[in-house]
Design a protein. Structure first.
Length: 522
């Protein structure tokens, strides 16, 4: 195989390559060394076939490929799971990914599998972490992790270290290139900037596009309806695909169509076709050898979304069948149960007064009846908010640069009411207006209360409707901080906590945001 053919295989279907000249230079001399890492957090799902199909391309091109199970990274990502659970999840990831590769015919003996803690706890690596921390700024570390690590106003140091470790992995795994999704781009550019400052070589970075989830937006392990689990039976696959967003003629935000491009067509061997199965009165079956032809036919609405879904359903079940056969092993079934135990929905706060459960938050609908600029702070509003308590509360909000004062007057808002009162530039604030907020570029948008709601109406989180909120959240227990990291808006503008909607306790109508998708709520 010529170097040009190898480069085509390495780069096809990628969204971006950083270091193209270096890639060409290496391929002209020898085979490329690449690594792909995955933090062992949420359960792997069908979107993982996207990187797996690229790994198949890399191996066809003769690359040396290392797969990193990033257990230490998973721990640093806001400590989503304790070490004991992470050990089980790492075992599950290894079993699941090996099963996926077997399903698509990738020989495992050509791959190297590494766990992060095998080398990331060594003296040399630890010293390099300290060296990295001595050259990188807090701003650059936070910016690098913006698309990967949960963003909060006061980030834990662990979240700032996360991208630094990912950069060092390139050196310690002795690779030429790192492969990942385009959501990793800020980490990759940070790596290119800072590794040379430690006298280490700048690496090549290969980036896959982000495949939309079934409901639109990124396919996410935490959004149940947005992804198909590797162990979902054919009935569940059918149900989830029926719900999938697949608008006629829409080829730009279509998870079903993207899956055919990045997985089904990428894995097709020479001479194979992708068959759209349809009734004779709809034109009968039609076969495609190139994705571009299928995409054009769908754009012209020559292919109906229902027919595309039915054909993709067959392809997905074919991919999942070998994996599910492997997971019939009782040991692997037990591993899956232990690594991802079913969540127990807490029905009262009595079980543990220290447990951070959403029912402890006193979130209510409010109406701003008076608003003015803070006399001593240009960026702050002082609001009088009706929360159904007889007397309005005074709340200070940093919204001057984001919402005009005339839009604040008489505005309906969502308020966290049981934070401990705190003085903000001399004025006591007795609550917080909840907003969707992202840092780069800085955008803030107050949440919109449920339709037909009234001041004082309580907002609850689905699955946690019972249990009384704390009178005042104890700052030392950091209940709000622990819960806030899982509060966000989703792909369809609902406010959610761990994919459970925030809704009115009276009507069940949801809290939403006007325009900001997948943004932390602060």
């Amino acid at each position: 195989m010529s170097w040009e053919e190898k480069k085509y295989l390495v780069t096809r279907n990628l969204q971006e390559v950083l270091g193209d000249e270096k890639l060409t230079e290496i391929l002209k001399q020898r085979d490329l060394k690449i690594y792909w890492g995955t933090a062992t957090t949420g359960r792997p799902h069908v979107a993982y076939f996207v990187p797996m199909s690229k790994i198949a391309d890399f191996l066809k091109a003769g690359c040396e490929v290392t797969i990193l199970f990033a257990d230490l990274h998973a721990y640093l990502d806001n400590m989503k799971a304790p070490w004991e659970l992470l050990a089980l999840r790492t075992q599950y990831y290894e079993s699941a990914i090996k099963a996926m590769l077997t399903s698509i015919g990738v020989p495992l003996e050509k791959l190297k599998f590494v766990r992060g803690t095998e080398y990331q706890l060594s003296k040399e690596y630890t010293l390099d972490v300290y060296r990295m921390s001595s050259v990188i700024t807090e701003h650059d570390a936070k910016k690098a992790g913006a698309e990967v690590v949960k963003q909060v106003d006061h980030p834990l140091l662990s979240g700032l270290l996360y991208p630094c470790l990912q950069a060092l992995d390139e050196e310690y795994l002795k690779v030429d290139a790192q492969f990942g999704g385009v959501d990793q781009r800020k980490i990759f550019t940070m790596s290119e900037k800072y590794l040379p400052q430690l006298n280490y070589a700048k690496r090549i970075h290969l980036m896959n596009p982000m495949v939309p989830g079934l409901t639109g937006g990124k396919m996410s392990a935490s959004e149940e309806d947005s992804k198909i689990d590797l162990l979902d039976n054919p009935s569940n696959v059918k149900k989830k695909l029926k719900k999938a967003f697949c608008e006629p003629g829409n080829i730009t935000d279509n998870g079903v169509l993207s899956f055919t491009k990045h997985v089904i067509f990428s894995l097709m061997k020479e001479g194979e076709t992708f068959k759209i199965i349809r009734a004779d009165d709809h034109g009968g079956n039609v076969e495609f050898t190139k994705f571009e032809d299928l995409e054009n036919a769908f754009a012209k609405e020559e292919i109906h979304p229902g027919d595309l879904k039915a054909s993709v359903e067959q392809a997905i079940n074919k991919l999942l069948a070998p994996i599910q056969e492997i997971f019939k092993d009782p040991k692997l079934q037990e591993l899956a149960k232990k690594a991802y135990p079913l969540p127990s929905k807490v029905k009262s706060n009595a079980a543990s007064s220290d447990e951070a459960v959403p029912s402890r938050l006193d979130i209510r609908v409010g109406k701003i009846i008076e608003v003015s600029r803070h006399p001593d702070a240009d960026s702050l509003y002082v609001e009088k908010i009706d929360l159904g308590e007889g007397e309005p509360r005074t709340i200070v909000s940093g919204l001057v640069n984001f919402v005009p004062i005339e839009e604040m007057q008489n505005r309906d808002v969502v308020v966290l009411c049981n934070l401990k009162a705190a003085k903000m530039r001399g004025i006591e604030s007795k609550g917080m207006v909840l907003c969707a907020s992202i840092d780069d570029p800085k955008q803030v948008e107050p949440l919109l209360p449920p339709k037909d709601s009234q001041p004082g109406e309580r907002i609850v989180i689905e699955g946690y409707e019972t249990g009384d909120p704390d009178e005042v959240l104890n700052p030392k227990k950091k209940v709000w901080e622990k819960l806030q990291v899982d509060l966000k808006t989703n792909d369809v503008l609902f406010a959610v906590w761990q994919s459970n909607k925030l809704v009115s306790k009276v009507t069940g109508n949801p809290v939403v945001t006007k325009s900001m998708k997948n943004a932390p709520i602060k």
